[in-house]
Design a protein around this ligand. Structure first.
Ligand code: ZN
Length: 256
């Protein structure tokens, strides 16, 4: 019996089809994340393009420089009803987090993965656009868009799946922008950084910052203010917070 199964295994190894399958699996593992990200962007772009083009002007993948730093903005929809600034997150699984948490959590089975609150990230993008266009923050609407596969558990109303994006945008019916939409669109287009090196550096800076924050958290240093991180007892159990509370509200969950 044992001889038979060994022969079978050797037989399988000899099949070219088996090796093609293995190579495909390795290939998928490496490129799956990139592919998923690409698909999310693709679907969102496709959805946005369905908006009436005489009322909504769409800009994709814009990079602008503010007085503080560079900002990569996934999508901007310019209309009389406001300027929608969209941050796309290709997360799947269950996503939890509130407007005020520093970190949000992606739950995949029993595993938890922490990531920076995308609402805070998009806030920075809006600040940069306010500066560029010289417009008040009331003219901007922040939207965080996630793939249709993601299940959302958040109190933030502006966090939605791709399928609902157009309905959400169209729900804004009050005209709040008197400015010429062409002017606004052109101003952003002119400021858009195309330079590949600048874009590459922007991504590298973000990665460096994330690594730096992680390192500080491991050393129990607050990445926001440099204070000491301490363990506290909260309503929902133990958590780690900044010792400079209430001036600094940085918190992180205790990772299990
Ligand atoms: Zn702090």
């Amino acid at each position: 019996m044992q001889g038979f199964s060994l022969e079978l295994v050797v037989g399988i190894f000899k099949q070219p089809f088996f090796w093609i399958l293995i190579i495909c699996a390795i290939f998928c593992e490496i490129f799956y994340k990139k592919f998923r990200g690409f698909m999310g962007e693709f679907w969102l772009k496709k959805e946005l393009s369905k908006l009436p083009s005489d009322k909504y002007f769409i800009l994709n993948n814009i990079m602008i420089k503010s007085s503080k730093s560079t900002h990569q903005i996934d999508h901007i929809v310019i209309s009389k009803f406001g300027i929608f600034v969209i941050e796309m997150k290709n997360y799947y699984g269950l996503i939890t987090g509130s407007e005020y948490n520093d970190k949000w959590i992606q739950h995949l089975g029993k595993n938890k993965y922490y990531f920076n609150n995308p609402i805070h990230q998009n806030y920075g993008h809006i600040k940069a656009l306010e500066e560029l266009l010289n417009l008040d923050k009331s003219k901007f609407i922040s939207i965080i868009c996630v793939s249709n596969q993601a299940k959302l558990k958040t109190n933030a109303k502006n966090v939605i799946n791709i399928d609902y994006i157009n309905d959400f945008i169209k729900s804004y019916k009050k005209e709040i922008l008197d400015d010429d939409l062409y002017d606004i669109t052109n101003k952003i287009k002119i400021s858009n950084i195309f330079d590949k090196n600048a874009r590459h550096n922007h991504i590298k800076n973000i990665k460096d910052n994330i690594n730096e924050s992680k390192k500080q958290e491991e050393e129990m240093i607050c990445p926001k203010c440099g204070g000491k991180l301490v363990t506290r007892n909260g309503m929902y159990g133990k958590f780690i917070g900044c010792s400079n509370y209430p001036i600094c509200k940085y918190t992180m969950n205790i990772q299990k």
